[in-house]
Ligand binder design. Structure first.
Ligand code: HEC
Length: 143
């Protein structure tokens, strides 16, 4: 069955609503770019695809308030640092030992400004303090 499997971020449920239901058809008719608009917040799945069930939705930025590192990590950094994608040091492993040896200031700098395949700010529009929170979270998980 075809389905739109986006996590329902408002109800925090993972209920899957069939794509051919009247409800979804109507929504798609009204909002033609619906899928494109959902994508930054949650994965949209179709027939036969595996769907994320643990989507972390980043709370909207509030001026002057840095969001917590664990949330930032899950929403942005985990894409690479959970799996080691592109050679990223894996969170929660000894991959971080030689990195930590460089000193925190260098790690902050590389996370903010980018370092080889590590994109500046993880490629996201987040503040310096938020990048630092995410780095602190990563370091708190290091073994
Ligand atoms: C597109 C994949 C990708 C994303 C997303 C990503 N990283 Fe990385 N990161 C990398 C890679 C690859 C490296 C290893 C770079 C190298 O050592 O050449 C790395 C390295 C790092 C390092 C170590 C830098 C050093 O000097 O050794 C830190 C700290 C870091 N990332 C933090 C973060 C944080 C914080 C986020 C989220 C805000 C993030 N990364 C998101 C790919 C990514």
């Amino acid at each position: 069955m075809a389905m739109i499997g986006t996590t329902n971020v408002h109800a925090k449920s993972t209920e899957v609503i069939p794509e051919d239901s009247a409800q979804v058809k109507k929504l798609l008719a009204i909002h033609k770019d619906l899928v494109a608009r959902i994508t930054p917040y949650g994965k949209v799945c179709f027939d036969g695809e595996e769907c994320d069930i643990n989507i972390t939705v980043l709370a909207p930025a509030v001026e002057g308030v840095a969001r917590p590192g664990d949330q930032l990590y899950k929403a942005i950094c985990s894409t690479c640092h959970d799996s080691g994608l592109l050679g990223a040091p894996k969170v929660g492993t000894a991959d971080w030992t030689p990195r930590i040896a460089k000193g925190k200031a260098t790690l902050y700098d590389h996370a903010i400004n980018g370092f080889n395949a590590m994109p500046a700010r993880g490629g996201a529009d987040i503040s310096d303090d938020e990048v630092k929170n995410a780095v602190d979270y990563i370091l708190s998980q290091a073994k």
